[in-house]
Design a protein around this ligand. Structure first.
Ligand code: 5CA
Length: 437
């Protein structure tokens, strides 16, 4: 892609409510545009990053055997009346009527709908366990949407649902998701820590929020710093090892504020190991047993032919929130550097161009074609402006590698730079190797 052609409508005058760096950066690089309070359009640059995040989430869900499906955004109120949540959900639920006057709603989450789908087909324990997920837009009429895509009304979420015969089996599903989340966030270059959390309107007794540390986060957390040291690679993907993994995490103190008790914190964690700080919740998992299956009559035959309510859990990842959260974690000293796995481009070529000298641009075009042939996703900054402005712009766009074609380029060698490191002069062949690794 040539930068001169990229649709990147930069917001020059930031609105007063853009208080945190991710919100500012997303507006300044034209990743999103607000359409109304808490509702955004995703423009090409932002959309590309979000889709890459989505794909990593998908791959890690598939890895643990979860099956992708798609449920609608609009749901009927009937099933929510059955579960009892139609009234409980309150003003956060956007309620609408169709032309027949039927009460509908824009789904804030999908426990009811998936239970309805499940009960109509699965009747026997033999079909269990099941793990289903979808990646879909959700709507919550948040009272105070803020921080751009971090807390908005319409947001993109991966939500998964597990179905098991017994509590014991359900914990195995919970552990698989727990593992999948740690892997997912690791691939996104994020250190997300599972913290014991309250279950809120979803319900149930077992729940973890996955939190990344950030001053601008809305969650207050209390933890023993040892929890950051657990290596997930040492666990195998089998039930026993995964149970141990969850226990290892749960044995070290790490909670969100609604589970926090000062006395317990001081008793369990030495003063010098205590961390009290803020974080961003990027995922949330719940085990709630028969909270929905019971009122909704979602019954299965157990091994003795006895009817029993299926045991369920639900597991969310804020895909659109993760775009902002990744920026919070990687944008420092006015320089953004996207993790390679989700960067909008693999590399940017920055030629020095002036009115009378187009030679560098021609060289850059050649490199561009060559890299494209190798399936490398390249951005070419073909805009005629001075280099210092160009560099400032790329500090914000955040492509992790730069090829600078200017006065230093000679003998078919170009300045190659990884953001936040020193540059080196390399031949195109060497550059290709660096970019492929
Ligand atoms: N049904 C469960 C799990 S499938 C559920 O809805 N959980 S949740 O309420 O915790 O949401 C899951 C994730 O969605 C959160 O961890 C968060 O990352 C994201 N999320 C929730 N509300 C918003 C919002 N208003 N704006 C952006 N992302 C949000």
């Amino acid at each position: 892609m040539h930068l001169s052609k990229l649709f990147i409508p930069v917001t020059k005058n930031l609105p007063a409510e853009a208080k945190i760096k991710s919100h500012q950066l997303m507006l300044r690089t034209g990743m999103i545009k607000q359409s109304s309070a808490g509702i955004y359009s995703w423009l090409p640059l932002g959309f590309k990053v979000m889709k890459k995040i989505e794909q990593i989430v998908r791959e890690e869900q598939n890895f643990i055997g979860a099956q992708e499906m798609l449920m609608p955004t609009i749901q009927s109120s009937e099933i929510w009346k059955e579960s009892g949540r139609y009234d409980d959900y309150g003003e956060e639920m956007l309620r609408i009527k169709d032309r027949q006057g039927r009460e509908m709603l824009y789904g804030p989450t999908n426990e009811e709908l998936i239970t309805d789908i499940f009960r109509s087909s699965v009747k026997s324990y033999k079909s269990l366990p099941q793990l289903l997920y979808h990646i879909q837009w959700k709507f919550r009429d948040e009272i105070r949407p803020r921080f751009g895509v971090m807390r908005c009304k319409e947001f993109y979420m991966k939500d998964a649902y597990s179905f098991d015969l017994s509590d014991e089996d359900a914990r195995k599903s919970y552990n698989k998701m727990f593992y999948s989340y740690l892997k997912t966030f690791e691939r996104l270059g994020l250190k997300a820590i599972p913290m014991a959390a309250d279950t809120g309107p979803i319900g149930g007794d077992l729940s973890h929020e996955f939190i990344i540390l950030a001053d601008t986060g809305e969650s207050q957390i209390y933890a023993d710093k040892d929890v950051f040291e657990i290596e997930i690679d040492k666990y195998n993907f089998d039930d026993k090892s995964l149970e141990k993994m969850r226990k290892d995490f749960t044995n070290i103190y790490a909670v969100t504020d609604d589970k926090f008790k000062e006395e317990e914190f001081n008793k369990r964690v030495k003063k010098e190991k205590q961390i009290k700080t803020k974080g961003i919740e990027v995922g949330h998992i719940f085990y709630f047993s028969d909270k929905y299956s019971k009122p909704m009559n979602c019954l299965i035959d157990d091994k003795d032919g006895k009817k029993t309510s299926v045991k369920m859990g639900s597991y969310g990842i804020g895909v659109s929130r993760l775009v902002g959260a990744t920026i919070e974690a990687n944008y420092n000293n006015n320089i953004m550097k996207w993790p390679k796995s989700i960067s909008p481009f693999d590399v940017v070529i920055i030629p020095s161009i002036s009115k009378n000298n187009k030679e560098n641009l021609e060289k850059a075009e050649k490199i561009y074609q060559e890299l494209k042939k190798q399936n490398i996703d390249v951005l070419l900054d073909d805009v005629e402006e001075n280099m210092s402005n160009k560099f400032k712009k790329h500090d914000l766009i955040g492509v992790p590698y730069q090829i600078i074609v200017g006065s230093k380029s000679e003998n078919e060698k170009y300045e190659f730079k990884e953001v936040n490191s020193k540059s080196e002069m390399l031949s195109l062949d060497k550059i290709k190797i660096k970019l492929k690794i």
